[in-house]
Design a protein around this ligand. Structure first.
Ligand code: ARG
Length: 556
């Protein structure tokens, strides 16, 4: 709504005074709703500040939205008509509910490549970040009307699978592996590297094994398939807990037979050159070349990503591809972009990077054994939430589900509440607190609103919009009005934290309101006016949490 008002005011100034692109700020101080800094016009108009003020205000006051204007310290402060503004905003939310802020005018396709763990290895905290951020971006873009394709580009191909097969055949214990596949395979892989340091012939064996795998040797394919299926079982447990889904699980192996075309195209465009037996693309004088094919003919991560890009273009006709991958792969994605530019394409490729996960200030690792394995960590969050409920509200229905929503929500919110490029601290006790900047705090605000709404049912015809003139109400209504902009901004910056921070602010405003105003007042009109406001807050909080990939509760 405020955007509509801004457009209206700019129109008036353009039509009447021929002044374009006037800055309309949200004032940080005072209680006006918009402010125009006038200093900049002194020179261009050759007038004094108060004269400019007179000139502008005579025009602005013609707008139906404006109540009055004021001249304060070089600024033209604008006060909008609060009651009609409030009516428009709250009626819209009441009518549109979860669709408030949704758009349907974007219909291009966006491919989001996220999570993408490596098979036969445990799911890392980095992959958890990618999963949570990517899933939220998917939901945000969908809300804005885009057609979104979520791809899990599994790391399921490469020479490491040659090493894995060699190690499995030499030292693998079938029973041990079957009882705990990923940990055992990871142990074998570590052992392979230790042994290969002593005996270099092992590395050659691994390369040969990978070559056999690439040539579809049935025994090797069977082993690789087993590794992959076991890994997927474990990954899917995580995805179920997090309620994350993908439209495609086409990983690196899928592109095994789709790389020739890219290599051929690179050749035809004279971009492929030989370098010590390998085939590379040189992108500039001062940068190392990009490796496309190794001297033994094996292809690489970058080659597979190039093939994936062209496959996605052909299959989905994307407008943009987003890769949600840690900072350490910046060079890889820069290279991917540069190679396609040299090929003559202008793809919109965005590397959405993110910071590390820290525990007590140090890089967190889930590699060192069972207790720190990620699904154990997620389950621990759920258990801790459960014991908090047992303590606070032992008679609650469906405690297991409540614990899951709180525990998993706490982890998701802890990840998304800060700008993604920052490192995050992973401390279960802190993220599960019911106060402060936490998921449980938001969930609790929602539950509080549900319980108030259960006591007094809203009668929409009994609302008096003039009551919203009071600043206790109007500040919140302006915040609610911002929600569609916030969703758009989160997409523009590829940062779900924009929404997370907004939701914290809105919850704080609600809790402040709750402390000051008796919501279920005995006066019918006053009560219904209050209820319409909190119902709107509820709708926006729930929809905002959904966009982060979180669920909500009606009681906890
Ligand atoms: N599997 C890779 C890793 O764990 C991430 C893959 C990201 N996606 C891509 N298309 N390269 O490091």
């Amino acid at each position: 709504m405020i955007e509509t008002i801004k457009t209206d005011l700019r129109h008036l100034l353009k039509n009447d005074l021929n002044i374009e692109n006037v800055v309309l700020e949200m004032p940080k101080r005072g209680d006006s709703d918009l402010a125009i800094p006038l200093f900049g016009y002194q020179k261009t108009l050759g007038k004094k500040l108060n004269e400019i003020y007179e000139l502008f205000s005579n025009v602005l006051i013609k707008s139906d939205y404006i109540d009055r204007v004021e001249f304060i310290a070089g600024f033209l402060n604008i006060y909008i008509k609060r009651a009609p503004f409030s009516k428009r905003v709250l009626d819209k939310i009441h009518k549109e509910k979860s669709n408030f802020g949704s758009r349907n005018d974007n219909n291009e396709t966006i491919v989001i490549d996220y999570s993408s763990p490596n098979i036969a290895k445990s799911f890392s905290v980095g992959h958890l970040r990618s999963t949570v951020i990517g899933n939220s971006l998917k939901l945000i873009y969908k809300k804005l009307g885009y057609n979104v394709v979520g791809v899990n580009h599994l790391g399921d191909w490469g020479t490491q699978f040659g090493s894995m097969i060699v190690a499995y055949k030499k030292w693998g214990n079938k029973e041990l592996i079957q009882s705990n596949p990923i940990d055992e395979l990871q142990r074998l892989y570590v052992r392979f590297h230790e042994e290969a340091e002593k005996d270099p012939s092992l590395s050659q064996e691994a390369r040969d094994a990978f070559l056999k795998l690439e040539q579809n040797d049935p025994e090797y394919i069977e082993l690789w398939t087993y590794f992959k299926n076991e890994s997927l079982k474990e990954f899917k447990e995580m995805y179920d807990l997090l309620d994350v889904t993908f439209d495609s699980y086409n990983g690196e192996a899928f592109y095994n037979d789709k790389m020739d075309d890219v290599v051929k195209e690179l050749e035809e465009k004279n971009l492929l050159v030989e370098d010590q037996g390998a085939m590379v693309v040189r992108i500039s004088e001062d940068q190392p070349p990009v490796l496309i094919k190794r001297s033994d003919g094996a292809t690489l991560y970058t080659t597979r990503d190039l093939a994936a890009l062209f496959y996605r273009l052909k299959t989905y006709d994307f407008k943009k591809v987003i890769y949600v991958v840690g900072n350490e792969q910046k060079l890889h994605f820069d290279n991917l972009k540069k190679v396609t530019q040299l090929m003559g394409y202008d793809f919109d490729i965005e590397h959405v990077n993110f910071g590390l996960v820290l525990q007590d200030g140090k890089k967190m690792s889930t590699r060192k054994g069972k207790t720190t394995k990620l699904n154990y960590v997620l389950n621990e969050a759920v258990l801790k939430a459960k014991s908090a409920i047992e303590e606070k509200n032992p008679s609650l229905d469906d405690k297991d589900n409540v614990a899951k929503v709180i525990g998993i929500g706490a982890i998701i919110f802890n990840d998304l509440k800060n700008d993604r490029t920052l490192d995050i601290e992973f401390n279960l006790d802190n993220m599960l607190k019911f106060e402060g900047q936490t998921g449980p705090y938001l969930l609790y605000s929602i539950v509080r609103i549900f319980s108030i709404l259960k006591q007094g049912e809203l009668d929409f015809n009994e609302v008096d919009y003039k009551i919203y003139n009071d600043s206790n109400y109007f500040g919140i209504i302006k915040t609610l009005d911002q929600f569609p902009n916030i969703v758009q901004k989160a997409a523009n910056e590829s940062s779900p934290s924009v929404i997370a921070k907004y939701l914290l602010g809105l919850s704080q405003e609600f809790n402040g309101f709750y402390a000051k105003v008796k919501i279920n007042d005995s006066n019918d009109v006053l009560r219904n006016t209050n209820l319409l406001l909190i119902e709107s807050i509820l709708n926006v909080l729930i929809e905002g949490l959904r966009l982060l990939g979180m669920k909500h509760l009606e009681a906890m």
